[in-house]
Design a protein around this ligand. Structure first.
Ligand SMILES: Nc1ncnc2c1ncn2[C@@H]1O[C@H](COP(=O)(O)OP(=O)(O)O)[C@@H](O)[C@H]1O
Ligand SMILES: Cc1ncc(C[n+]2csc(CCOP(=O)(O)OP(=O)(O)O)c2C)c(N)n1
Ligand SMILES: [Mg+2]
Length: 371
């Protein structure tokens, strides 16, 4: 259905009519000039992120449903990264001309799934048109007790540096999707060339045959066998609220924490800078999935570079007092890995390679505003 048929208010109504808040702190959600929230005993956490078509996502390979899920998850991830509990979300959309009501429905379907997973209420937003692509701006609100909040600036010398899950897979997923996309467009280009030549030669039979072949190109099936994990990591990331709960259950209180959106190296430098410290991270300890390693080899890329700088991981990076070492060891099987330790600031941020050489960690991570 054309969005114009519903208009702005019709579309908003259509998307939000079934939303039922589940949090006590949501006094009033969608429908007035403001949502009304109530946090008598907690600190309020607020985070916002913008996702632009062409910069953050490409609608040729992410579905609208996956996009809604991812847009919500990356914001929820920021609340967990402060050791908070996500509660509310506002969703603002600037919708490009090509999109239909069904597309926005699918987006909301994915978004709702992510919100349901972590009991987050959609309490408002804004809807408008865009002449260029789709733009999404999401704000997530959460809560935490003052003493529980973990900032980027609390790391201390001798603290252990930990990461969750594995790194670099989402980046390999992106490389894979872009490769298959370019394979597809190469085939389209080649076909167009042949068609032009056949036209020029006046060969009607050949033109007809090629047109038939061209239609088949629409059924192009990219080759993703054995690489499903990489795609899932790029297209359907999960915020690590499970790890936040696990740390709480085990009485582990990180000294500094953030989520890994731009790449481990970039985030390590944020923590070091804000905590006025250095770090030593061991290449051999960086968690990498088998499929990531295989894909990196296939693309002739250094897998550690991918894991350090790839981005889009949405895992947690945190530091803990060295006294938590045994407790953290026990959690290794649950996907928490100690990768190094915090040093004095003068010692810099360095990576120790497998052959025991030291390298400066530089922020080569994802940066939308860099060349
Ligand atoms: N245009 C802006 N105006 C004000 N603050 C901003 C702006 N862009 C980013 N920030 C703030 O800068 C800090 C770092 O932002 P960013 O790197 O985007 O963090 P994150 O990776 O958690 O999204 C955050 O406190 C964020 O709110
Ligand atoms: C089409 C496409 N291009 C590029 C990327 C890579 N990418 C997009 S967002 C992102 C992570 C960080 O985004 P940013 O806007 O810096 O979020 P923030 O750090 O503010 O949370 C990465 C690695 C992608 N996933 N898809
Ligand atoms: Mg941001």
């Amino acid at each position: 259905m054309e969005i114009a048929k519903l208009g702005e208010f019709g579309l908003i109504d259509h998307l939000t009519k079934d939303i039922k808040p589940v949090n006590e702190s949501t006094l009033y959600g969608v429908g007035d000039d403001c949502a009304v929230l109530h946090y008598p005993e907690s600190e309020v956490l607020v985070t916002t992120d913008m996702l632009m078509e062409g910069i953050h996502f490409d609608l040729t390979y992410i579905t609208m449903q996956e996009l809604g899920y991812k847009a919500a998850m990356v914001n929820i991830s920021d609340i967990f990264a402060m050791n908070g509990t996500p509660r509310q979300m506002t969703v603002s959309l600037a919708i490009g001309k090509r999109l239909k009501v069904e597309d926005i429905e699918a987006f909301y379907d994915g978004l709702r799934k992510a919100c349901e997973k972590w009991s987050v209420d959609v309490v408002g937003g804004d809807t408008t048109a865009s002449y260029t692509g789709l733009a999404i701006s999401i704000t997530c609100i959460g809560e935490a007790k003052k003493e529980d909040i973990v900032y980027r600036n609390g790391a201390n010398e001798t603290d252990l540096v930990c990461v969750t899950g594995d790194l670099g897979a989402a980046y390999m997923g992106l490389q894979l999707l872009e490769r298959e996309k370019s394979v597809f467009y190469q085939q389209v280009d080649a076909m167009n060339k042949k068609l032009q030549e056949a036209h020029k030669a006046g060969n009607a039979k050949l033109v007809e045959h090629l047109q038939q072949e061209a239609r088949k190109l629409n059924d192009f099936q990219p080759d993703f066998a054995g690489k499903e994990y990489l795609l899932q990591r790029q297209l359907k990331p999960e915020a690590r609220g499970d790890v936040i709960n696990l740390l709480r259950e085990n009485n582990i209180h990180p000294t500094a924490m953030m989520d890994i959106s731009d790449g481990l190296s970039s985030e390590l430098l944020h923590i070091c800078k804000q905590s006025h410290c250095g770090c030593r991270v061991y290449e051999k300890n960086i968690p990498i999935d088998y499929q990531t390693a295989v894909m990196a080899e296939e693309l002739n890329m250094n897998v550690t570079t991918c894991a350090m700088n790839g981005g889009d991981d949405y895992e947690l990076l945190f530091t803990c007092p060295i006294g938590d070492h045994d407790k953290l060891d026990a959690l290794e099987s649950k996907g928490i890995k100690q990768i190094g330790y915090i040093t004095k600031e003068e010692l810099g941020a360095r990576l120790i390679s497998r052959d025991n050489k030291e390298f400066d960690i530089t922020a080569q991570g994802w940066n939308a505003l860099k060349e």
